[in-house]
Design a protein. Structure first.
Length: 156
């Protein structure tokens, strides 16, 4: 798993003139990889093979690989898909932690999670913007309620 992150960090800081040098000797890539794994909560598992990780840990590794490139913006497509409740909580905690240093654009269908983590939400239906605003504004929007959250007036 460490190598996955180190390769991403190495791609950020390419050194084509040192084709035959030991990749482990490139301190900047090694440090970025270690820091990314630590930030993603995977440092204790760094020596494990990526294929041996749980689904949630693999999603954390995907974020760690991104972090190893030192991005300013994270574009995440359904990072909670297929996760159990405990894994989702861990991912939401990670995303909350990353908000301080990164802009995050999140495509996610778990609306409860979106309301917990987002500062601003844009809801789309069939490629058309239905509503955009703060979580509170979107949650109370009648069109959003009807399309995604269940029409509260229909159940009364």
């Amino acid at each position: 798993m460490f190598e996955n992150c180190r390769l991403a960090a190495q791609a950020r800081d390419q050194r084509p003139w040192s084709l035959w040098s030991d990749a482990q000797a490139h301190g900047a890539s090694v440090e970025l990889a270690r820091a990314a794994l630590d930030r993603a909560g995977l440092a204790p598992l760094a020596a494990r093979l990526a294929g041996s990780l749980s689904h949630g840990q693999k999603r954390q590794l995907e974020i760690a690989v991104c972090l190893a490139t030192a991005p300013r913006i994270l574009l995440l497509d359904e990072p909670l898909a297929g996760m159990a409740a405990e894994e989702s909580e861990r991912m939401l905690a990670l995303l909350a932690q990353l908000r301080d240093g990164h802009a995050i654009m999140l495509v996610e269908h778990d609306m409860d999670a979106v309301f917990r983590i987002a500062d601003r939400i844009t809801v789309m239906v069939n490629g058309t913007v239905l509503a955009s605003g703060t979580p509170g504004e979107v949650r109370t929007n009648s069109e959003v309620q009807a399309a995604y959250l269940g029409d509260a007036s229909a159940s009364q």
